[in-house]
Design a protein around this ligand. Structure first.
Ligand SMILES: Cc1cc2nc3c(=O)[nH]c(=O)nc-3n(C[C@H](O)[C@H](O)[C@H](O)COP(=O)(O)O)c2cc1C
Length: 396
């Protein structure tokens, strides 16, 4: 998993950095935040701690983690170090080798790419000092984004506004080599439950909310793929830009995926299609005065299994919701369905499985490697799955 350090200095745009952290987390990267003392005057560290799910470093001499020299360990971890907003003060310190707080000390120890998003009043930005300092840092290979023109907090309408969070995150992804990693690929994602009719008022279904599949479809689209989402009934809005095929029964999901699969590069099967359907579907409501009614079930077609049999050079990622022997069962499912990767979760664990916003997953590949992940949001997990899918394409 990639690590991005977001460093926040004391400018009015500091509040916008919360969105940078939130967006980065959704792409599946690990985020650590450093704040200058002055940045803490604008936004509370708790905001960044909550969004990044990591402690925020504000103090050089914090003795809570004495076993590691914090600025060096963070500098080593960073795949990209982004300073947003970067004040005139921080830019000046970096240009002149000043390391008198955690942000500047860590930045000096970073060997990976550093991205600076300056934000300041137009007069400060146009000052000789800032111009020369930026030129010095550019010569040293620092990357810059912005500032932009627009209305500033001080009332001036000119250059100096920090670039928009979405653009800063786009630039970070570019520096991480993560942008458009699925460009040119056609992906089918299945999501949600299926519904099997018993009679005009009753049906069989399951607890799948569709959240995992929808998050994956969104992440695949954001990574540049053309995405078809085949979805059972859910209560969530489909992501923009994605072709949505709504189905009800497992047979309908099977038919929709079969029609599309030959034209696709990958299938990510995140749906929970019902394995069984009533043997007989009644046109009229079954009367309760019968007192007793035995429901006979028959098996449904297996979407992932049959696509696995048909696949040529396509990739298939499947899910396993297990309640016991999770890794063992997932490994045998991976093999049986001729898939390339399986995302397994133990639905009995708190924070994993169907309806919630989080998941606790293990990613198992064909070579038998198991990567056990901590609890994370379904959006974060989808970012990791998309990165793994792009690695599968690279490896083949
Ligand atoms: C309300 C307010 C807003 C500020 N906004 C900015 C700003 O957008 N950019 C900037 O370079 N400095 C700004 N400053 C000045 C910095 O906070 C000041 O230079 C400080 O020393 C920066 O500390 P730091 O770089 O260690 O965070 C602002 C100050 C105040 C009081």
């Amino acid at each position: 998993m990639k690590t991005v350090v977001v460093a926040i200095s004391g400018g009015i745009a500091a509040y916008k950095s919360a969105e940078i952290v939130s967006r980065l987390k959704k792409t599946g990267v690990n985020v650590h935040c450093i704040m200058t003392k002055n940045a803490c005057e604008f936004v509370a560290p708790l905001t960044f701690e909550t969004l990044s799910n990591n402690p925020v470093i504000t103090d050089m001499f914090n003795r809570e983690s004495p076993w590691e020299v914090e600025h060096i360990s963070l500098a080593k971890k960073a795949d990209v170090f982004v300073i947003a907003p970067a004040t005139a003060n921080v830019i000046g310190k970096l240009a002149h080798g000043v390391a008198d707080d955690m942000l500047t000390t860590t930045a000096m120890a970073v060997t990976s790419k550093i991205l600076i998003a300056p934000a300041m009043n137009v007069a400060m930005y146009k000052s000789d000092a800032v111009k020369e300092n930026i030129a010095t840092l550019k010569k040293r290979g620092y990357h810059f984004i912005g500032p932009e023109r627009g209305l500033q907090a001080c009332g001036d309408n000119d250059i100096g506004r920090m670039s928009e969070p979405v653009d800063i995150v786009g630039k970070v992804k570019e520096l991480l080599d993560m942008s458009n990693i699925l460009e040119g690929k056609k992906i089918i994602v299945t999501a949600g439950p299926t519904v099997e009719k018993i009679d005009p008022v009753r049906y069989i279904t399951n607890h799948s909310s569709g959240k995992m599949g929808y998050a994956i479809a969104e992440a695949a689209f954001d990574a540049g793929a053309e995405v078809t989402l085949v979805t059972g009934p859910t209560n969530i809005m489909p992501p923009n830009g994605v072709l949505v095929i709504k189905i009800k029964s497992t047979k309908q999901m099977y038919d929709a995926v079969s029609d599309e699969f030959a034209y696709c590069d990958a299938l990510i099967a995140a749906a929970a299609p019902a394995d069984f359907k009533p043997k007989i579907t009644h046109d009229q409501k079954i009367k309760k005065d019968k007192g007793e009614y035995t429901l006979e079930l028959s098996g449904n077609p297996d979407v992932a299994l049959d696509m696995g049999i048909k696949k040529t050079n396509q990739k298939i990622i499947i899910f396993a919701a297990e309640s016991e022997n999770v890794i063992e069962n997932a490994k045998s499912k991976l093999k049986k369905k001729n898939a390339d990767m399986i995302v397994a979760n133990d639905i009995t664990q708190k924070g994993a499985g169907f309806a919630g916003d989080t998941n606790i997953a293990s990613i198992i590949k064909k070579d038998g490697t198991v990567q056990s992940l901590d609890i994370m949001s379904k959006k974060e997990l989808s970012g990791i799955i998309i990165e793994e899918l792009s690695n599968l394409f690279k490896d083949s």
